[in-house]
Design a protein around this ligand. Sequence first.
Ligand code: NAD
Ligand code: GLY
Length: 365
Amino acid sequence: MHTPHASVAIDLADRSYDIRIGTGLLGDEASYAGLPAAACAVIVTNETVAPLYAARVRQALSARYARVLEIQLPDGEVHKDWDSLNRIFDRLLEAGCDRKTVLFALGGGVIGDMTGFAAACYMRGVPFVQLPTTLLAQVDSSVGGKTAINHPRGKNMIGAFYQPLRVLADLDTLDTLPPRELSAGLAEVIKYGPIADPSFLDWIESHLDALLARDKAALAHAVQRSCEIKAWVVGQDERESGLRAILNFGHTFGHAIEAGLGYGEWLHGEAVGCGMVMASELSARLGLVGADFVERMRRLIQRAGLPVAGPRALSASRYLELMRVDKKSEGGEIRFVVVEALGRAGMRGAPDALVAQVIEAHTER
Ligand code: NAD
Ligand code: GLY
């Protein structure tokens, strides 16, 4: 039996829930106590994560649910689409799963986003639990109820706001994460500093080596502080009518890189890392922060093992075309998350020519 290191509350009235952060959580029956009774529990996972972690989840769930099914999807951002979603619905219907069925999303952000969307739609809504197994999913995507699939014309374009019943962030799963994926997760950790907490940015800078070495105490703090900041934002603006957009710092540029190169070419976190360099540059060119801030961000993102220059294959005009379909665009005007002062972010429009200069200043030569 393991005790969680920490618990972070997401306060959303009747949709409130806890994020439990610790080791040994996935295989511990106590982690699932208090979840609704149902005839059937369904683990939705992928071909990579299943052999690593599905058995321990299945065993723990078997103590509580008479039937535990498993749905394995193909791995990858390129499969975050209608086909995968339909596979989930097909299996649930074939197995006769009723509207009390509880879905368990076991995997990274791709599995979490798709399972959440499937839960929002199946029989007009069934409960689901997030079991995030990547750093990115533990610090960001499993929390806050954004669920979606991609459309060839834009990232996460089809989806719903739908909150999980619980999030279990088991730090043990990070032991098997490929180094490139660890770095991708660090992009979303780094994001929280400049938008909300300068002292967290200092902490990340001084603990980056420990995080890259997968020191459990450092990872536990990074996950906890990230979730606290996300909980604070989501608690005020669940459906992104304003404040929540700050969590997309670097994402407008990043989503354009992902869609422009083809999903899966760059990892989401890699695109966000590079996107944060561009968004920092834009903040500086709008006169909000100094050039020293851009250099500080660029250095940290590079140290985290992330790209700091955009791909040569994408022209500034292609970025602009792709960014106009971003969900934050209003009437065709692109809205960027900028840092207004260290620890505070806001939204701004900017002339295309200025945005093009920003992109060109941070593109591979
Ligand atoms: P991912 O889900 O593709 O996982 C990355 C890779 O790691 C995959 O190959 C996966 O199979 C593998 N993997 C997962 N856990 C593992 C483990 N413990 N050991 C070994 N391999 C493991 O990618 P991701 O970075 O977790 O998530 C990115 C997705 O999250 C994007 O689609 C992005 O749009 C979405 N996202 C959503 C939100 C949100 O608020 N909903 C926020 C940020 C990102
Ligand atoms: N990852 C952005 C959000 O949850 O709003």
